[in-house]
Design a protein around this ligand. Structure first.
Ligand SMILES: [Zn+2]
Length: 309
């Protein structure tokens, strides 16, 4: 190798080191993430419930982080839910479904995309489920259906209210009709809750779409939504292409959906636990919590009585 070749090779090495792109894993393992003002330390975001202090963007979080915020850190019981046979249709696209499931489990530490827990707010026992968007886009398939039904069953057996924190792009195509049937199963399960006079509260988070919006996310007694969450059935581009009209500003965001009546209250993440506690106190007629909330702000009670009526 002569000196010219050596210089060229060294130059190429420097070039590739400079232009090396960060992988998704590098970004996930980094101490930093980004928002409106550029990079932000994850620990600073965490201190503010994973909400940007500048623009109030509610960053996506995992079920465990949500339950830590709602019930207090590790102050709840996590249930192991039944897992049906993996990959019932032997599906493969660019990767096999079995491999996708294996990767999702490794990435999230969950067996399926939904976590079921039992915790308390204002001494009211609550059964709750939440979805993990990192588990195949929090799509719904047989295992998630089983988790939802397990949660409902637990709520009925223990006579607790049921809280569902939704996320996900819809039903999981790799399980075809089996995943679509979860829309019916979850709807029937919610009917059982209602027959037992147990409150069913839904908190819609970003993004909630497709069959999830068309079933259990829209069947609550009360619907909360986090600010700025995407709430949709079909995507905006599909709708625009079908109706051939420009869509209104903020279309399919929580604030727009609230105006059209599909959401009762938009609640900041840090207020959610308190709001759930007060509403359940009203629904279950636990007066002391209602009185303390009434004393705090008249504005809140106006909203609450609007919801409760
Ligand atoms: Zn921001």
């Amino acid at each position: 190798m002569n000196w010219i070749t050596k210089i060229i090779k060294a130059g190429e090495k420097i070039k590739s080191a400079i232009h090396k792109r960060a992988t998704k894993e590098d970004i996930a393992n980094s101490d930093w993430t980004s928002c409106c003002k550029g990079p932000i330390l994850k620990k600073d975001l965490e201190k503010n419930f994973w909400v940007c202090p500048e623009c109030n963007k509610h960053h996506r979080i995992k079920p465990k982080q949500r339950f830590d915020i709602i019930f207090g850190k590790n102050n709840y019981e996590i249930f192991k839910t039944p897992i049906p046979k993996d990959d019932p249709l032997n599906w493969a696209d660019s990767k096999s479904y079995k491999e996708r499931l294996k990767n999702a489990r490794k990435k999230t530490g969950l067996e399926c995309g939904m976590m079921v827990v039992s915790g308390s707010i204002n001494n009211i026992k609550i059964t709750a489920v939440a979805s993990d968007f990192e588990f195949l886009g929090a799509s719904m398939a047989a295992a998630e259906g089983e988790a939802f039904l397990y949660g409902v069953q637990h709520a009925i057996e223990n006579q607790t209210p049921f809280l569902c924190i939704t996320a996900g792009g819809g039903m999981r195509m790799m399980e075809s009709l089996i995943s679509l049937s979860q829309m019916t199963r979850t709807t029937l399960a919610i009917n059982e809750l209602k027959k037992n006079n147990l409150p069913y509260l839904v908190c819609i988070t970003d993004p909630t779409a497709g069959g999830i919006t068309a079933s259990y996310a829209m069947l609550g007694d009360i619907h909360f939504a986090e600010p700025g969450a995407l709430i949709a059935f079909a995507g905006a581009r599909v709708i625009k292409g079908t109706v051939k009209e420009d869509l209104p500003e903020g279309f399919q965001k929580s604030e727009y959906v609230e105006k059209t009546g599909f959401v009762d209250l938009i609640v900041d993440r840090k207020e959610l636990s308190k709001k759930i506690g007060t509403l359940l106190s009203i629904l279950l007629k636990k007066n002391s919590a209602i009185i303390s909330e009434q004393n705090e702000t008249s504005e809140n009670t106006t909203q609450l009585s609007k919801v409760a009526s």
